[in-house]
Design a protein around this ligand. Sequence first.
Ligand code: BES
Ligand code: ZN
Length: 471
Amino acid sequence: MLKVKKSTSIMITVLMILSLSLTAFANPAAFDRGISSRVDIDRMMDQLTYLTEDIGVRVASTPEEKEAAEWIADMFEKYGYTAEIQEFEYINRVAYLTVTEPEEVQIDVQIGGTRLEGHFAAAPLTSEEGITAKVVDCGFGHIDEFPAEVEGNIALIRRGQNTFANMLVRAEAAGASALLIQNNDWRIFKANVSGASIPYATMNDEAGELLRGEEEIMVNLKTLQYDTSQNVIATRKPNNKNRDTGNVVVYSAHYDTVPTAPGASDNGSGVVGMLELARILSSMPIDTEVRFLAAGAEEVGLVGSRYYVAQLSEDEIDRTIANYNMDMIGTAGEAQTTLFVNTLDGDNLVSRTAREAAERLGYSDLVRAPFHRGASDHVAFFEVGIDAANFIYRCPDTIALEPWYHQPLDTMDKISPERLQMAVEIIAAASYDVVRPATPNLIRSKIRKDTVKPADVQYQDNEMILKVPEM
Ligand code: BES
Ligand code: ZN
């Protein structure tokens, strides 16, 4: 009797533990916690500091963009992935300006030239060494403002009273070897004049004033051409072949920047978020292949992501069911308090899973999903019929981006660790609901597409069972 009693009580205890753990297992929030609690904000902030401050500005096709690609590949390898660098042609021309005397100072400049197919293919180039010469103040570029000493030196002209074309013609006529234009607004920072024969670049007011010092100022101006950019790709297939859905989910973030912007927010934030997801997902059970795409040359027209999708086979495109794109997911902007989930096809698998994950995590008020907007790499996936969305913080009332968008002020101090953490938690929970074994969200998405009634879905031991309707 005693023996029976003892074994019965053991059984009851075992059953209680089992049912408790099953309840936890059946609760979607347990999966969410399992993945989102792994998000390590300190690691992301350290990586972001490296990308923004040690590498810095990463314009498409430049050596700095390549350095960033190598660094991202190293991170993937550190997390156990084999990283592929996928190179593609993108011809770009960029300018570098350094004050060499009286003391060395780096100045942010934007190359001048005619845009050909979206890039500065027609900008006049210097040699690799560049032009080193004295800066000569030529006022606003009126004809009588060019001193004789401008010959063989670099003319500096303020914008505002003459056209860029006039400035160039006159600087060339006066024998200047190059032209620097002092502009007052970073937003209208570019000068595109066709037919120029001397290299020229524009800079902001502050930089212009620095070059107008009392002392003689020597600078080195380089305008150089680079020919290739690259994507960095890491992949993990499900470890259990019997539990492989055959589907693929792609996480993406561009790592290039516009000239002069260190790109902490746009888009170092997305890169470190994507790397963090790669780190976490390297050891989580999955039944769907996960791919991580660090896209190059986004800022010049989504070139890297479009190249990536163009290289996929028909079969791979068919099997790719979602793209979670991260672009500006950590801004500290005062007004940019809402995480928008931008799509081009209304509500899709990505926006829906994001909204649902935000609800489960208690972040509903933070998220607006879906919102109609392109302008980032999710467009490339949408164009080939893949459910895609971009995650980005914007102002909920005006939809405005942060004030330092595409400017030299896009630095580490403009990052909110809290917002970055919340965004990554949401994307982790949303996408894990698609890639984890049992994949309830994927099945539900298929149901919607195949017009099976919701009543045909049942849960059994936490596996969602889809009853195929009779034909
Ligand atoms: N991160 C920015 C801006 C952005 C805006 C992304 C809205 C997602 C939604 C992005 O890198 C960017 O600057 N895009 C360009 C367009 C692109 C096609 C060159 C832009 O908005 O001007
Ligand atoms: Zn961006």
